[in-house]
Design a protein. Structure first.
Ligand code: MUC
Length: 96
């Protein structure tokens, strides 16, 4: 199942910089591992915002929730999820 996910990040300004850097490093490793596994298909920075648009390919809603709630930055994020399905006019074979 494909989901479009918008993640808006708001890290409190008073969080110590070492802690912020450590969380961001863990976030990067977590997301890159999921990208390598094929679960996290796309990640795009939204220009001018500390936010991203991502496409995740997961088995079900429960797996999506597990992945999103496991994000090291989860507690500093607002997340919007949109379920996707193949468009009847799509011509690419690899976008199901
Ligand atoms: O920077 C972001 O958009 C937040 C986050 C999501 C994946 C990742 O590596 O960082």
């Amino acid at each position: 199942m494909l989901f479009h996910v918008r993640m808006n990040v708001r890290i409190p300004h008073d969080l110590p910089s070492e802690e912020t850097a450590e969380i961001i490093a863990r976030e990067k490793a977590y997301s890159q591992e999921l990208q390598r596994s094929g679960k996290w298909r796309h990640i795009w920075r939204i220009a001018g915002e500390y936010a991203n648009y991502s496409v995740l390919d997961v088995n079900d809603n429960a797996e999506l929730h597990e992945i999103l709630s496991g994000l090291p930055l989860f507690k500093f994020m607002d997340i919007e999820v949109t379920p996707l399905l193949r468009h009847p006019s799509a011509i690419r074979d690899d976008d199901t």
